[in-house]
Design a protein around this ligand. Structure first.
Ligand SMILES: *Cc1c(COP(=O)(O)O)cnc(C)c1O
Length: 422
């Protein structure tokens, strides 16, 4: 047994599946999870000292790379001041001022501890504001592990939905309406079928949790028009796309103003932060001034606020350009390798890329969850294992996207090339 499998065996005795989040479990793969001891720049080291070029990057938050020196310095200083008060402090105020000056489509923001919490609050707020209870969610969009978002299309009549997890009450499932992405007529029909009952549409404007399902601008504009016409709110879940495709995420990139935006991942730079933001008229509904309740003992944790601000300060237009250049170079290297490796074993694999995200899939033009090839997992496994053995770490699941960062620079690209073609 290697030390990696030995630690995984020990973990499995103590936590279900040996992991604290299912996607870390290497399910369906031959190898077992690596126990990561440290990271630096674009690399991580397991507890045996083996290093990997990291394309998981904590599933998105580390847009500057691991242990960015400026962020590390500010975190060290913050640590020396104390790390939780349960009271007002200046650090969240600094982060709010920094963010709201740069996100002109919202007036106010509240910090929570995760993307899931941000979504949970956004949904409650949408229902509180509209007085309606149903939410439209799209198949293939992930919004965290909120009960009402763990819903899939039902196997029965069209438009029916059922829980995708045990433990979600039937009544909760009934308030979530599941549609396929990309079809505005379906959305209109759904509003007709549920007149005056729909509080909001929630959408990942760049769906990146179940493959990378890029949507048309006109489709997102259509969602904006339909919600407006029906007295429903539009929620952009920008937990991945926020601060990644542009500082202001897809709201900035598309010029579409959602009613509520949720953030997570990059906003905390690798510390646990989520947030929801909206115009004042909507945010006014939140407690303590409004009657939509929401709270958190560790919300706006000062260490996390400092980590977030130190990270976000680095995200200038130039850095986005650089990260995208890094990504294009890396995708080109993977492309060449996929074509050539082992007499073309992986040559049918395509790479979809958007900003600093990429996704490998064996089919062209995949924009809806129902178009993802059913054998994605079995095609991904040998690809993943081959790369892992070369010291290249992808997220251990074919439905997850790859993340590049500012640290995936020229030197790392050279190293990637050496590792791929060694
Ligand atoms: C990651 C993610 C979430 C959940 O965030 P957690 O911090 O994991 O709770 C929600 N929505 C989207 C779009 C995400 O990418």
């Amino acid at each position: 047994m290697t030390t990696q499998t030995e630690m995984f065996e020990r973990s499995k005795q103590l936590v279900p599946g040996g992991v604290h989040s299912p996607v870390r479990s290497f399910k369906g793969l031959e190898s077992t999870p690596r126990f990561i001891a440290r990271g630096d720049g674009a690399k991580i080291w397991d507890t045996d000292g083996k290093d990997y070029i990291d394309f998981c990057m904590s599933f998105g938050p580390l847009i500057l790379g691991h242990r960015n020196p400026g962020v590390e310095q500010e975190l060290k200083e913050a640590l020396e001041r104390g790390w939780s008060y349960g009271a007002c402090e200046p650090y969240s105020l600094q982060l709010l001022e920094f963010l709201l000056e740069r996100l002109p489509f919202v007036d106010q923001m509240r910090f929570v501890n995760s993307g899931t919490e941000a979504v949970m609050t956004a949904l409650r707020l949408a229902r509180g504001v509209t007085g309606k209870s149903k939410i439209i969610k799209f198949n293939g969009c992930y919004h965290g592990h909120v009960d009402s978002m763990l819903i899939k299309a039902g196997s029965g009549l069209a438009g029916t939905a059922e829980a995708s997890s045990a433990g979600v009450p039937k009544g909760t499932a009934e308030d979530t309406l599941i549609l396929e992405l990309g079809d505005l007529e379906e959305v209109k029909a759904c509003f007709n079928d549920h007149k005056d009952q729909i509080a909001a549409i929630i959408v990942e404007p760049l769906p990146a949790n179940n493959g990378l399902l890029i949507q048309e601008q006109s489709y997102l504009e259509g969602l904006r028009e339909i919600t407006k016409a029906n007295g429903a709110l539009l929620i952009f879940d920008e937990v991945i796309s926020g601060f990644r495709v542009a500082f202001g995420g897809m709201a900035e990139k598309t010029g579409i103003t959602p009613d509520i935006v949720t953030y997570g991942k990059i906003i905390g730079g690798g510390l646990p932060v989520g947030a929801l933001a909206a115009k004042k008229e909507i945010m006014n509904h939140l407690a303590p001034i409004g009657n939509v309740y929401q709270a958190g003992t560790l919300s706006a944790n000062p260490l996390a606020m400092v980590g977030g601000l130190a990270t976000l300060r680095n995200l200038t237009p130039e850095s986005y350009k650089k990260i995208e250049e890094n990504t294009k170079a890396i995708v080109a290297l993977f492309r060449k390798w996929l074509d050539e490796y082992n007499d073309g074993q992986f040559k049918e694999t395509k790479i979809v890329q958007e900003a600093s995200l990429f996704w490998m899939v064996t089919k062209d033009n995949v924009h809806r969850a129902c178009d993802i090839p059913a054998d994605l997992g079995s095609k991904f496994a040998p690809l993943f294992e081959t790369l892992l053995a070369k010291g290249i770490y992808l997220a251990p699941n074919g439905y997850e996207v790859g993340f590049c960062s500012l640290a995936h620079d020229h030197d790392i690209q050279k190293e990637l090339e050496r590792r791929l073609f060694a």
